[in-house]
Design a protein around this ligand. Structure first.
Ligand code: IPD
Ligand code: CA
Ligand code: CA
Length: 274
């Protein structure tokens, strides 16, 4: 299958950065790491990979801007286009020697995500999608899973951690979903969780308050694989707020219902405590 010029540019940047990460992953013990905040490490490998992506994409499209995890926002001369980049998604896994991390690149055009690439260097899997063109993994067409029963569904999620997120709310949500599903997984790289939904490995996924670079590329890959992507209450997905629920139509609907029940339970607890 011939890839578009745009996806070629994105693929080139993601795979080159991924190769840099692979080299550093082999020497993970020797990496120099600095603390960015609670439980949020930035490694030398992360910055190096980001530089690779920045150079590659700047060379290919000199006028387009960036929103990158480490570098922040870089304005381009073209106000319409912006790359949204996580050079290393799954940093904690990477630092712990767990081969579950990715390079994630999305293209925003006039406020909409129109293309996404997620590259997993450890498995050499490349996930790509462009609006209206379908989603692919190493050139094989992707399709979300067809399971309709929650009792058979495997659900991915992101759990809050030290200093991040609403821990009490997550416990309510997890209790509701694990009780009625075939299982829950927390793999630690949101971009890979999303492409797992696109590839039909996970039946659904939810996470709150992701950053734009965690979810922008994965969201279009899920959509182009036939999945539904929304906010937590079923509202329009907003990659800036980063609250996300996705899956095939039926599992997505059931996930939204369970999350709503968790929300009701939290409200009831608060009311009876007041
Ligand atoms: C993190 C991962 C993780 C998610 C966190 C993200 P990072 O990104 O995607 O799965 O739960 O919210 O911050 O820090 O590894 O790039
Ligand atoms: Ca990330
Ligand atoms: Ca990151």
């Amino acid at each position: 299958m011939a890839r578009s010029a745009l996806l070629n540019v994105m693929t080139q940047a993601a795979t080159k950065a991924g190769r840099s990460l692979t080299r550093d992953f082999g020497e993970v013990q020797n990496l120099q790491v600095s603390m960015k905040g609670p439980a949020d490490f930035v490694s030398a490998a992360d910055r190096k990979a980001e530089e690779v992506v920045f150079q590659e994409l700047s060379r290919a499209r000199p006028d387009w801007g960036f929103l990158m995890e480490e570098r922040g926002a870089v304005e381009g001369r073209d106000p319409e286009h912006r790359w949204i980049v996580d050079p290393l998604d799954g940093t904690t896994n990477f630092l712990h020697g767990i081969p579950q991390f990715a390079v994630s690149i999305a293209l925003e055009r006039a406020g909409e995500i129109v293309a996404g690439v997620v590259f997993n260097p450890a498995t050499d899997e490349l996930f790509t999608a462009e609006r209206g063109g379908g989603a692919f993994s190493n050139d094989r067409r992707l399709r979300v899973a067809g399971r309709s029963k929650m009792t058979e569904a495997l659900i991915g999620c992101g759990a809050p951690f030290l200093g991040r997120g609403d821990h009490a709310r997550f416990l309510y949500e997890m209790r509701n979903i694990m009780g009625g599903s075939a299982g829950i997984r927390r793999f630690g790289a949101a971009s890979l969780d999303l492409v797992a939904v696109a590839a039909g490995r996970f039946d659904g996924f939810w996470e709150r308050t992701l950053a734009p670079w965690d979810c922008a590329a994965g969201s279009i890959i899920v959509r182009e694989a036939g999945g539904i992507v929304t906010g937590i209450e079923g509202e329009r997905f907003d990659f800036i707020s980063g609250d996300i629920v996705c899956g095939n139509e039926l599992i997505h609907k059931q996930l939204i219902e369970q999350l709503k029940k968790a929300d009701d339970a939290i409200r009831m607890t608060k009311t009876s405590a007041a």
